[in-house]
Design a binder for this molecule. Structure first.
Ligand code: ADP
Ligand code: MG
Length: 420
């Protein structure tokens, strides 16, 4: 099968890495890819959705996999399907679950899917009135896509009102903040739950935990994610059953009833409070960094899994896993997440990558045969192991063999699950 992967991060690299080892995959293209993806396939410098569709037609692409959210909410799946191209991902209407937090919360309310008490509004007056009914901390969210930066957890009523005002006036996030969701704070622990679905059936992948804060000890600003691991021991069968029935099944059925079946990766951001799962948000694609840890665990052909999901035949898949844990440590450039710093050459000690430790690349460029860290999140060091501790240690052994000026990473990935 010839496959086109849309995106340029470590997430898309890790899908490419899984496909490279997959006997069902003969050829991989990345659009646009990054400085390291040419080791796995061919980079295609296209971004326009119609140009991508033309490329897929001209090159007889059998399956397109969309890694990132923007093309999905801009309707890439609708465009490809009109041309009878097979693509794995939700339609524009179904991608609203991520593109609008107001849409998502109203959907959850309509189908009685557990989530934090909220209002969604474009009126500052209504926002303030609701804020007055809540006990701090108070959560204020911009409605639209903000690249993971649109949420404020306010410590008092005054800060919550200020956040709502800055969003609604357009100063904080432009049009993405012209509507806000105000919600109660849920005090618990978070899980990243991924369901592969063809709109009817679904398969839940091993449950992950992500680490959003920049610094060890959950300190510093929020980021796109500084590391993840799976499967997490923080889920037992009772909790998993609740997540599957009350959240995933209810969402898939609800989206069908709305006439907008959800196909692709349903990523549920879940907060567990006293053993009960609540939806914080949905994303409509894999998480980055979670994907980097999930991909190497899957024993089943990943191409076949995504292809069957994209062609409404998920039932035919009997998913298997390597009996292993995975942990990924993100390594970022100096200045991340606020500043972009000049490119720095990367050196990796010989023999650093092994069968139980490998790199998924993100913010890198290749120049004259040298790989440069080009800002943002640069690469993920992924460790595999028969125990979680083993996986975490393998990931950190690899981190120590990667060098570039100003590199930053957390020392405590998986701290809620293992002591090092
Ligand atoms: N109701 C809530 N209670 C407690 N924490 C929350 C709540 N909503 C969001 N958060 C925190 O804020 C983070 C970002 O919120 P989320 O809804 O996932 O938006 P996004 O990923 O688009 O920034 C979550 O991962 C969680 O840590
Ligand atoms: Mg989130």
């Amino acid at each position: 099968m010839k496959v086109l992967i849309i995106g340029s991060g470590a997430r898309e690299y890790s899908i490419g890495l899984a496909l490279k080892k997959d006997k069902n995959c003969s050829c991989i293209y990345f659009a646009p890819g990054n400085g390291a993806t040419p080791a796995l396939g061919e980079n295609v410098a296209l971004a326009n959705l119609y140009d991508l569709a033309k490329f897929a037609l001209d090159n007889k692409i059998d399956l397109t996999i969309v890694g990132c959210e923007e093309p999905l909410s801009n309707g890439i799946v609708n465009i490809f399907r009109q041309l009878n191209l097979t693509i794995f991902g939700p339609t524009q209407a179904a991608a609203m679950l991520e593109a609008s937090k107001a849409f998502m919360k109203n959907f959850l309310a309509k189908y009685a899917i557990p989530t934090a008490k909220y209002i969604e509004t474009n009126s500052l007056e209504k926002a303030e009135a609701f804020i007055n009914t809540l006990n701090p901390p108070i959560v204020v969210k911009a409605d639209g896509l903000c690249g993971g930066k649109g949420v404020v957890i306010a410590r008092n009523l005054k800060d919550a009102k200020l956040a709502a005002e800055e969003m609604l006036s357009g100063t904080a996030f432009g049009t993405a903040g012209k509507r806000v969701v105000i919600e109660e704070f849920l005090d618990g622990y978070e899980l990243s739950v991924f369901a592969i679905t063809d709109g009817t059936d679904f398969i839940t992948l091993p449950i992950c935990q992500d680490h959003k804060r920049l610094l060890t000890g959950d300190l510093g600003p929020n980021t796109g994610g500084m590391g993840a691991y799976c499967p997490t021991p923080l889920v037992n069968k009772t909790l998993l059953d609740k997540i599957k029935t009350k959240i995933i099944r209810a969402t898939i059925n609800g989206m069908r009833s709305e006439g907008t079946p959800f196909e692709g990766v349903l990523f549920c951001g879940v907060m567990v409070v006293n053993g009960e799962p609540f939806v914080l948000e949905f994303n409509v694609r894999f998480g980055d960094p979670e994907c980097e840890s999930l991909m190497p665990l899957i024993k089943t052909s990943v191409v076949d899994l995504f292809y069957k999901a994209a062609t409404n035949r998920l039932k035919e898949i009997d998913i298997g896993y390597h009996v292993k844990f995975a942990a990924g440590v993100m390594v970022a450039s100096a200045g991340y997440p606020t500043k972009v710093t000049p490119p720095q050459p990367i050196t990796i000690e010989p023999g650093a990558e092994r069968s139980d430790a490998h790199i998924s690349y993100a913010g890198v460029t290749m120049k004259d045969g040298t790989l440069y860290a080009s800002g943002g999140r640069v690469l993920a060091c992924v460790g595999l192991g028969s125990t979680l501790l083993n996986a975490v240690e393998n990931a950190y052994d690899l981190v120590k063999k990667v060098h570039f000026e100003g590199m930053q990473y957390r020392n405590d990935i998986a701290y809620q699950a293992v002591k090092r």
